[in-house]
Design a protein around this ligand. Structure first.
Ligand code: NAG
Ligand code: NAG
Ligand code: NAG
Length: 759
């Protein structure tokens, strides 16, 4: 890398001398107004992919200096180049320079480098992957999972490489050593870190995990077996990944948050290094289209190389229209809850009542009652926050003297534990108004999150006695009904991909025990001195690696399946979940994954690059734009096909958002689909329509599909007729299920129709 840069400087300097340009004098550089931008140039042409990064550096320098008209300026503002798996570079640009680059014929898009958020064990047994499950170890050992995340703690017990031989021959990656990171092993076979981003702080000096997030997600995918794992005794059991024999390659693209630039570099390397599947538990932020979005771009090129990308749907639920990572070639994963929930018992007053809160409380306050004070009483009377949010525990709103040595009852403010710990408080009872008590979180003080009703009851108790007292016990796990969709899991429909149902599916993402880093405390707070090789975390970040592992598991049985076939297998064998009517499939997509069933799905809805290109043409991406992206001329039809025509994407779920009445009449839609037989030769399938379809007519034509051979394809149509849809109707939630006559397979697709909220 160093040599390449040095060489370039010499070439460029020579060129500058020859041309006689002295950029810095001639042009005002406005360095302080420059922002990191990504210049995306599509796929690599065969001649460009030959010489990799060195050639790319040269090409990008030439393009940039021709557009800027200044060699030296081009050299000083260009930050990095992609060029192993797709084409593009990054540079610190002024808005008008970005505009000029956009107009260049070789450039697909130019967009500012944005921040993406991290979407922060029993879970495997719950979805049917027990330790004794049938495995294809010969191939599982050859599966390489690329994890784009915050780095990895190789020393964690989950990443021991007992019983694993050297990396598979196809592996072309590296182990990048550096601060706090000096080795890979036969489990973690590769690691890279990216330090291109100066706008957003924290350049990565090594793939070492300072956050714990990357170690946690990587261990969920492919961690080795660790017996007796727990967090201070909580959730004790055997920790293991979904594919414990698979290999991990870590691409550190995130610190406290991730950036588009680092994410694109992660994809560029992971694809070229030879990973089989990519897992990315981050997303969110502005979205303006597939090819101005780093995750959509990187995963599109991964798909072209046969690599499926599994992503987190986001933690912005339960509101509708919050799902992120919506490109149809992504597997978008929401979070479900498991049957174990963590509760924290509290005892209010010596003869008082016992109740339950939620938190990850690693210590008990013991038998000794602690004095309890209400945030209303303990408020700092000269603080404005105290007046605006009575009883809340915000920095400055409580009085130090009043909280010291006490447990404080707080009327909201989630970060109150740090403020109170600093001021010498002993514990915290915190009212939760977001209704997110299905997941438990760790705090720097003994803490219990409580419902608003319990908050009022405890305040009444405080008001009724002279000496209010409380005990906060260590958390314990209780059995709850499962699965359910986690409150925080982002919901569809999506505003941009209106014909694609997102999220695609859900997997466990609540209170997941996984590997952690010893470089961060349990809560990441400097006030916390608890360190552990394991931590309990919740989020679609934790759901995504479960689905990644499930996909890797399928890949170990069917190494030749396309990314779309693997995803289809997981979707058509998933089980729907009970949720409030109005959310329906927008909460869980096709349902909770069932990896052991998905290995043998019977039929798959397959997709090729050409199918995605047709879909993109229909969405308005014209041939001029598509040509560089796929590196060849594509024939976009002149008239855009209707979304539900035979040209629609052969997606394993069926979704339509329709204009609300006034603009739209009665619904008459047709979903055209084609299934590929991956079960047995000579199989007959019959269609069955399910769901609450009163007032609707749903017909499948033909109703019977007869296959004589494996890999034979058969097409059918689902014709839906019904009254005009209203926003108040919620959604039409139905399904079509293909069942074979021998009772071996059932292949289910949800059908969802709703009013488009934005028309
Ligand atoms: C109360 O708030 C004021 C204003 O923010 C601050 O100056 C003062 O130190 C606080 N007093 C206590 C006891 O925390
Ligand atoms: C407790 O007393 C405070 C102060 O008098 C009052 O503002 C609050 O509403 C009371 N809480 C309850 C639940 O009665
Ligand atoms: C094909 O299926 C039919 C109907 O299930 C059965 O009668 C027939 O024996 C099968 N033929 C073969 C070659 O398996």
């Amino acid at each position: 890398m160093m040599n390449i840069n040095l060489l370039l400087v010499i070439i460029a300097t020579t060129a500058a001398l020859l041309l006689g340009t002295t950029g810095s004098n001639a042009i005002s550089r406005h360095d302080d107004q420059r922002k990191n931008h990504i210049v995306y140039m599509g796929s690599l042409s065969p001649e460009n992919s030959f010489n990799h990064l060195m050639a790319a550096n040269n090409r990008h320098h030439n393009l940039l200096s021709s557009v800027l008209g200044d060699e030296e300026l081009a050299r000083s503002v260009r930050v990095s180049s992609f060029g192993r798996s797709f084409d593009g570079f990054s540079a610190r640009l002024l808005p008008e320079e970005a505009e000029r680059l956009k107009a260049h014929p070789n450039v697909v898009s130019v967009f500012p480098n944005q921040i993406r958020e991290l979407h922060t064990t029993r879970s495997w047994d719950l979805i049917g992957v027990t330790q004794s499950v049938r495995r294809n170890l010969k191939f599982e050992r050859d599966v390489i999972v690329g994890v784009l995340d915050t780095g990895i703690n190789v020393d964690a017990p989950s990443f021991n490489d007992k019983g694993l031989g050297p990396p598979p021959a196809k592996w072309k990656g590296i182990c990048q050593e550096g601060a706090n990171f000096n080795r890979c092993n036969n489990k973690v076979i590769g690691a890279r870190a990216y330090a291109f981003d100066n706008d957003h702080g924290e350049p990565a000096s090594s793939p070492c995990d300072l956050e714990g997030h990357g170690s946690h997600t990587a261990s969920t995918v492919a961690g080795s077996l660790v017996q007796g794992a727990s967090l201070y005794g909580l959730m004790k059991g055997t920790a293991r990944g979904g594919v414990p024999s698979a290999r991990i390659a870590m691409y550190k693209v995130c610190g406290k948050y991730c950036t588009d630039l680092n994410i694109l570099h992660g994809f560029d390397d992971a694809i070229a290094d030879g990973v089989d599947i990519i897992s990315l538990s981050a997303g969110g932020g502005p979205f303006a289209g597939y090819f101005t979005d780093a995750i959509s771009i990187g995963s599109f090129h991964a798909m072209r190389k046969g690599v499926l990308t599994s992503v987190a749907a986001g933690n912005s639920g339960p509101d509708p229209n919050t799902v992120s990572n919506v490109a149809p070639w992504l597997m978008t994963v929401g979070a479900s809850g498991t049957d174990r929930q963590l509760v924290t018992p509290i005892t209010i007053g010596r003869d008082g009542f016992k109740t339950l809160g939620n938190s990850i409380n690693t210590v008990s306050s013991g038998k000794k009652f602690l004095p309890l004070v209400s945030g209303r009483t303990a408020q700092n009377s000269s603080s404005n926050d105290a007046k605006t949010f009575p009883g809340a525990c915000i920095d400055g709103s409580t009085s130090k003297e009043m909280v010291k040595g006490k447990v404080v009852l707080c009327n909201g403010a989630i970060e109150g534990d740090s403020v109170l710990k600093r001021d010498g408080a002993l514990g915290m009872l915190m009212a939760d108004y977001k209704g997110e008590l299905d997941a438990a979180y760790a705090f720097v003080l003994p803490t219990a999150m409580i419902t608003p009703e319990r908050y009022l009851a405890i305040e009444r108790y405080i008001n009724s006695t002279k000496n209010p007292q409380v005990l906060i016990h260590k958390s314990r796990s209780i059995h709850v009904d499962s699965p359910f969709v986690a409150s925080f899991s982002s919901r569809g429909p999506d505003r941009y991909s209106k014909t694609i149902l997102k999220p695609d599916l859900v997997a466990p993402g609540v209170n997941i025990l996984g590997a952690y880093t010893n470089l961060a405390s349990l809560t990441s707070s400097p006030l916390d001195n608890r360190f552990s090789n394991f931590n309990i975390m919740s989020g679609t970040s934790m759901a995504c690696p479960h689905a990644t592992a499930a996909a890797a598991y399928i890949k170990s049985f069917h190494p030749d399946w396309s990314p779309a076939a693997v995803k289809s297998a997981l979707m058509t064998t998933a089980s729907p979940i009970k949720v409030p009517e109005k959310q329906a499939e927008y909460a869980y997509g096709s349902g909770q994954i069932d990896p052991t069933r998905a290995v043998d799905p019977g039929l798959v809805y397959d997709l090729t690059e050409d199918d995605y290109v047709r879909f993109l043409c229909n969405m308005g991406y014209n041939r001029v734009m598509m040509k560089p992206i796929v590196g060849r001329d594509v024939a976009c039809p002149l008239t855009k096909a209707k979304v539900w025509s035979s040209d629609a994407l052969n997606y394993p779920s069926m979704n339509l958002q329709l204009p609300i009445p006034g603009t739209g009449g009665p619904v008459a839609a047709v979903f055209w689909r084609t299934v590929t037989n991956v079960g047995a030769a000579n199989a007959t399938y019959k269609a069955e329509v399910g769901g609450d379809v009163a007032g609707w007519s749903i017909k499948v034509v033909p109703e019977t599909l007869v296959f004589w051979e494996v890999n034979e394809r058969k097409s059918f149509r689902v014709m839906v007729r019904g009254p005009p849809v209203n926003i108040d109707d919620g959604v039409l939630s139905a399904s079509v299920e293909w069942r074979d006559t021998e009772g071996r397979w059932s292949v289910r697709s949800p059908i969802v129709i709703s009013a488009d909220l934005l028309t």
